[in-house]
Design a binder for this molecule. Structure first.
Ligand code: ADE
Length: 227
């Protein structure tokens, strides 16, 4: 069982992604537990303040150290985390390999940033890993957290019905996926490639590999021949 806790500024953003389909199944089968916490619970004073102006001047509010420190401490008292992950556009790029790695954990804490960022002391002393889901800036870390939970959750053994299907994903073997087809065999004059109807398993495997290779060369040459 993988337990993922998410510390969010807007927890409502995470209600949808975990309540359906594969991630719902993962939780129903007790292979994964996702809990979302509202950082404001740990906010300061009667306004439950979680952000403040930045020292040195500059536009944009910064998430304060105290609420995050208290929240992480309280959650850690319940159980220790393998990783405390901060979602941020200046983190390590999220790749399939990281998803594979995280899927082997027992407990993860994901921290969603907002505003201009979080006080650097949280990153220096409390966070163990920083992850970016891509070179663009989202308005908050919640959607990034949902992406990480989805990518990790579907890898847990028993979550996908077809055990082999996660292994055949794009990126698992450094190649993009080959094209796939389903019924009908002909639509609008658009035909399914003959080879897939031939029943020749080896030829089909070769065809798929060739297609995957061509696609990767065309679209993502950067991931080919990387040792
Ligand atoms: N928060 C804002 N933008 C982000 C990104 N690209 N990746 C992870 N967290 C983020």
């Amino acid at each position: 069982m993988l337990c993922i806790d998410v510390l969010a500024v807007i927890p409502e953003l995470l209600e949808g992604p975990f309540a359906h389909s594969i991630l719902k199944r993962a939780q129903d089968r007790e292979l994964m537990q996702v809990r979302v916490f509202d950082l404001r619970t740990w906010g300061l004073g009667k306004h439950k303040q979680i952000d403040d102006y930045q020292y040195g001047g500059g536009a944009g509010m910064v998430m304060m150290v105290e609420p995050l420190h208290q929240a992480i401490k309280d959650l850690q008292e319940e159980h220790k985390y393998d990783e405390v992950i901060f979602l941020t556009p200046d983190g390590e790029p999220f790749k399939q390999g990281i998803a594979n790695q995280l899927s082997l954990s027992k407990r993860l804490l994901l921290i969603c940033g907002h505003y201009k960022g979080i006080d650097q002391r949280v990153r220096d002393h409390l966070v163990t890993r920083e992850i970016s889901i891509g070179d663009y800036v989202l308005s908050g870390g919640e959607l990034a957290a949902a992406v990480v939970v989805d990518a990790v959750g579907r890898l847990l053994p028993g979550v996908l019905n077809d055990e082999t299907s996660a292994l055949e994903d794009s990126f698992q073997n450094e190649l993009l996926s080959h094209p796939v087809y389903t019924r009908p065999q002909e639509f609008n004059g658009w035909n399914v490639p003959e080879i897939l109807l031939s029943g020749h398993e080896q030829k089909i495997r070769d065809w798929r590999e060739e297609k995957a290779l061509r696609k990767t060369r065309a679209v993502r040459p950067d991931i080919l021949n990387k040792e």
